[in-house]
Design a protein. Structure first.
Length: 438
């Protein structure tokens, strides 16, 4: 009988509240929810006042406080995250029935109180989960290496003889320095390397760049494509039969992919606009290695930038600038390798016991300083012109150095190359390389 009377009183009270409420509150679910929240807030304030008066005689027990924390965490009216049993100190201070100082006196930190109330993991459980997370990261790294890194290797087996690689970067299309290209072709002819690697920014792509297109520096897109193809033809024309690789950079494939996604979206899915197809590289035996963009070759769209040659030598265009990019790259990669982008020649060796046998080379630019006159103030850029040379040995040892071609003179592996007379900067608005002969 007593229970029936209580239930009857509750129904009667809720009916009175409903009848007394404005018409908007009767019809609008959100308004009713706000009213309930306001009511809960007033109730919490009243409870805290009542408990403040009682604390002088009797303080609440630990279970009283824990039960109140759970109530706030699971309250459907005031907590939108009640299913996750989420409760912050601010939420408890607002809707809790006990002053927050009581929780601090009992538990020190609110996070510990939630652990005791089983709203968060216990310290032992957290350690167990952390250990599992670490094991999962190792498993993920193993899967990543097998899926992403290993496919980059030029050959699955180890090399059986020393490999000579000549690398050139930051050509920036028709801003190529004639003397640097002459020395590079001469070295390919004289040294007969196993690999020639174009390490990014072979093209400039100013016509589709987001930056201002300045007259005299804006190279027609077709001219850029023809210019690079002529470079590859000249390499094959001097009898080079080794592997030619191109790794993309921020000025070429990145700009091309950005244009497809931001400006020419309907063209982005055309197979003919894959970068390797667009450049018609297959007939010249040129391999494009550049992952991570929609313009990348098939199956490289989700790959890591750059390549790992023979499992121990890392090559990528890079993003680091400043006066000392080489040592930063070495510390990041923790293996020997090379990068470009900075237009500064550097060779750095490891400074710790673990890295002392490793080296990293940043290759100089192959372009003239005219490539920067449109956006760098002053009379000099402080760049070095040239390219890179690296010997890779079967045991993982690497001997490498940048070749400097400033002042129309270069020394490479005992060969000395000099221009008989200073070469003028060619006109970047024409296909001047077609008439150029080393």
């Amino acid at each position: 009988m007593a229970e029936k009377k209580k239930k009857k009183r509750r129904i009667s009270k809720s009916l009175e509240n409903f009848l007394a409420a404005p018409e908007q509150l009767q019809k609008d679910k959100e308004e009713r929810k706000k009213a309930l929240q306001r009511k809960k807030l007033l109730e919490a304030e009243q409870k805290r006042k009542e408990h403040d008066l009682k604390f002088k005689k009797k303080k609440p027990s630990v279970e009283d406080v824990l039960g109140d924390i759970v109530r706030v965490a699971t309250d459907e009216v005031t907590n939108p995250f009640w299913r996750m049993k989420a409760c912050s100190p601010k939420r408890y201070k607002t809707y809790g029935h006990y002053p927050f100082r009581i929780i601090e006196e009992m538990f020190g930190q609110f996070a510990h109180a939630k652990q005791v109330a089983e709203l968060e993991d216990q310290p032992g459980t957290r350690k167990k989960k952390a250990a599992r997370s670490e094991a999962s990261r190792r498993e993920h790294a193993a899967r990543y290496i097998s899926r992403v890194i290993l496919p980059y290797e030029k050959k699955p087996d180890k090399i059986r003889k020393p490999i000579l690689m000549l690398s050139i970067s930051d050509i920036h299309s028709t801003f190529l320095d004639p003397f640097t290209w002459w020395v590079f072709l001469s070295c390919v002819r004289d040294l007969k390397p196993d690999i020639v690697y174009f390490n990014g920014d072979v093209y400039e792509f100013t016509e589709i760049s987001k930056y201002p297109q300045i007259p005299g520096w804006t190279i027609p897109l077709q001219l850029e494509l023809d210019f690079a193809r002529e470079m590859f033809k000249q390499l094959r024309g001097i009898g080079f039969q080794g592997d030619i690789y191109i790794g993309g950079g921020n000025h070429d494939i990145d700009r091309f992919a950005m244009y497809l996604t931001q400006v020419a979206r309907p063209l982005a899915n055309l197979r003919s606009l894959r970068f390797d197809k667009l450049l018609e590289l297959d007939d010249l035996g040129v391999n494009l290695i550049f992952g991570g963009t929609i313009a990348s070759p098939a199956h490289q769209e989700h790959d890591k930038r750059g390549t790992l040659l023979f499992g121990f030598y890392r090559v990528h265009h890079g993003t680091l600038l400043g006066p000392n990019p080489a040592i930063k790259e070495l510390k990041d990669a923790t293996r020997s390798g090379q990068s470009a982008h900075a237009h500064r020649a550097q060779l750095a060796y490891g400074t710790t016991e673990a890295l002392k046998g490793l080296s990293w080379m940043t290759t100089p630019a192959a372009c003239t300083e005219r490539a920067a006159r449109a956006y760098i103030k002053g009379t000099s850029t402080g760049w070095q012109k040239g390219f890179g040379l690296a010997w890779l040995y079967p045991d993982g040892d690497v001997h490498q150095y940048p070749v400097i071609t400033n002042n129309d003179r270069a020394t490479v592996e005992g060969y000395v190359y000099e221009a008989k007379r200073p070469l003028p900067d060619p006109d970047p608005q024409r296909l001047w390389i077609k008439d150029f002969r080393p």
